[in-house]
Design a protein around this ligand. Structure first.
Ligand SMILES: C[S@@+](CC[C@H](N)C(=O)[O-])C[C@H]1O[C@@H](n2cnc3c(N)ncnc32)[C@H](O)[C@@H]1O
Length: 243
């Protein structure tokens, strides 16, 4: 029997998931940023601002922004003077990020192709590890969390921003209807790709609950694990420390 993992509402082999997720982000890369604004009404910017405030990057620190995509989190952290490495498995997303950085005159970032499950950096290398809207796309999440723990220094901090499930009654139903019916249509209209956006929504539904994900972070070795829900848990910031 082969183990399967979820790709949206389908169960597929781990290799197939990695391949299909690669296809999704290669397909949406050029429209990724405009779609984020369209789908969230610009709210993703606020969530990312709050996230970076929690991370509190400081000059002299080395920070890994995993699944960093087109650079939104890195651009916010770079202002602090910390040394930021943006890592992503998908070269198409990184290329868009490199172009955006050039347009903004940001030249201090390191861009690196990497799979969150098998990092190329040595043990205890970074002061902080961030991952925003990335972890649910990773095939083997426990493995990626263990890798995050490995590359962090003692005293290093882990921060994850991810969609979750809102616990606000009523709001969940509206959001469900919006995401299942509106998002794929907006994806079709703007990016010409309803399927990729259908996957992105389905992957949110299949992601573990806030409490379960907090436990998973603890199982990877982190301590003082915390979750901060936003909009009742529609989006959540999870964090933990390596000691
Ligand atoms: C929704 S985007 C988030 C990008 C960016 N962090 C942001 O908040 O705008 C998810 C990113 O995760 C990346 N990704 C998916 N699986 C990955 C893996 N195993 N390792 C590294 N990156 C991965 C995708 O290529 C994509 O760029």
């Amino acid at each position: 029997m082969t183990d399967t993992v979820s790709f949206g509402y389908e169960d597929v082999s781990p290799e197939e998931k990695t391949r299909r997720v690669g296809g999704v982000f290669a397909s949406v890369a050029s429209k990724y940023d405009v779609m984020n604004d369209a789908m969230s009404g610009g709210l993703h910017r606020v969530w990312k601002d709050v996230f970076v405030r929690r991370v509190k990057p400081r000059a002299g620190e080395a920070i890994l922004d995993m699944a960093g995509g087109t650079g939104d989190i890195a651009f916010r952290m770079e202002k602090s003077g910390a040394a930021i490495t943006v890592a992503d498995i998908n070269p198409a997303m990184l290329e868009v990020g490199i172009e955006r950085a050039a347009k903004r005159g940001i030249d201090g970032l390191v861009w690196s192709e990497a799979n969150a499950e098998t990092l190329q950096w040595p043990d205890r290398f970074f002061d902080a590890y961030t991952i925003a809207f990335g972890i649910r796309n990773v095939t083997d999440i426990p493995k990626a969390l263990r890798e995050a723990h490995r590359v962090l220094k003692r005293g290093g901090r882990f921060f994850c921003l991810e969609f979750s499930t809102t616990l606000w009654p009523g709001f969940g139903d509206v959001y469900d209807a919006y995401s299942h019916h509106v998002v794929p249509k907006v994806g079709q209209a703007i990016a010409g790709d309803a399927e990729s956006y259908r996957y992105l929504i389905e992957s949110i539904r299949r992601f573990p609950s806030m409490e379960r994900f907090k436990e998973m972070i603890g199982e990877a070795g982190f301590v003082q694990t915390k979750v901060e829900p936003m909009l009742g848990g529609l989006v959540a910031i999870h964090s933990g420390w390596k000691i």
